[in-house]
Design a protein around this ligand. Structure first.
Ligand code: COA
Length: 271
């Protein structure tokens, strides 16, 4: 809590001293009491800022970022620039399949190890910044009983009334959910995306930036929606489908299908 001199716990002493100053007639006592009041007040103001700073810093939650690709670095940027009062980043945990993804990219943190071998404790907070559906499922299934999976909503995002965000889901930057929107678990929603009223988004889906989803849409499990796509209100997207960047989806999309274009058409079926 950000404190002010009015919230200072010594206020009742100050009130008593002030009342006595008014009631007591002796001028010497007046001077002594006023001096005491001023001392209390100055001490209060002098220590208040530092105390609050210490308290705020101690109440910050330490968190690991799981995934050191661009999504992880975007989360690093958001937390360190606008959300540092709530969270303190410890570093990245990545899944190694070759070279470190941070080797040619700037970051203030390093990869501390692999999420499947790093000695995490049950109470360690982890944000799973992994848009890729296969990898996010893998990491979630491995970590869910070994650490605390954080549901992260950036302070710039907005969640409307009666909307819900499931465990481990992430609203990056300026995502906006209208009213009665249901987001499943481990859903990744990037900045600028807007989701209309009464829409349902299934578990493990990934919705990239600037996507516009109309009201009453039903998006299945493990769906990927590319940047700047537009979904007509009420469309249903089957499990595992992929929507191409900039597509305009006006009809339902079958499970496992990839569509793109305006109007979006099928290009392939996933295996
Ligand atoms: C739709 C998508 C999944 C297809 O990927 P893919 O299966 O690897 O297909 P390719 O990229 O090989 O493209 C196949 C053909 O479709 C075309 N195509 C692909 N995506 C397209 C799109 N969104 N709009 C128009 N044409 C597209 C390609 O030009 C190519 O045409 P060609 O064979 O005549 O050259 C991919 O293009 C896409 O849009 N992914 C979303 C990525 C995204 O938004 N990421 C956000 C990260 S910030």
């Amino acid at each position: 809590m950000v404190d002010t001199p009015l919230n200072d716990s010594r206020w009742h002493y100050k009130c008593v001293v002030l009342i006595l100053c008014v009631v007591v007639k002796s001028s010497t006592t007046h001077v002594v009491m006023l001096a005491f009041f001023v001392k209390l007040h100055i001490r209060g103001i002098a220590t208040l800022g530092l105390d609050n700073y210490r308290e705020d810093m101690m109440s910050r939650m330490k968190v690991y970022l799981i995934g050191a690709t661009s999504a992880g670095r975007e989360l690093e940027s958001i937390i360190d620039t606008i959300d540092y009062e709530r969270w303190e980043l410890i570093g990245f945990l990545h899944s190694y399949a070759g070279e470190s993804p941070l080797c040619d990219k700037p970051s203030d943190y390093r990869i501390l190890g692999s999420w499947d071998s790093y000695p995490l404790k049950r109470n360690d907070n982890c944000i799973l910044a992994i848009p890729d559906i296969v990898w996010k499922k893998r990491a979630y299934n491995f970590l869910r009983d070994r650490a605390k999976i954080v549901t992260y909503v950036s302070p710039l995002s907005r969640i409307g009334k009666f909307s819900q965000v499931g465990e481990g889901s992430i609203l990056v930057s300026t995502a906006v959910l209208s009213c009665n929107v249901h987001i499943g678990k481990m859903v990744y929603i990037n900045g600028g995306t807007q989701i209309g009223h009464d829409t349902i988004v299934g578990d493990y889906s990934t919705i990239f930036s600037q996507v516009q989803i109309g009201g009453k849409c039903v998006i299945g499990e493990g769906v990927t929606i590319g940047s700047c796509a537009v979904l007509r209100p009420g469309v249903k997207i089957g499990d595992g489908a992929t929507i191409g960047t900039g597509s305009v989806v006006i009809r339902n999309v079958k499970p496992g299908v990839t569509v793109f274009g305006n109007p979006a058409k099928t290009i392939s079926m996933s295996e």
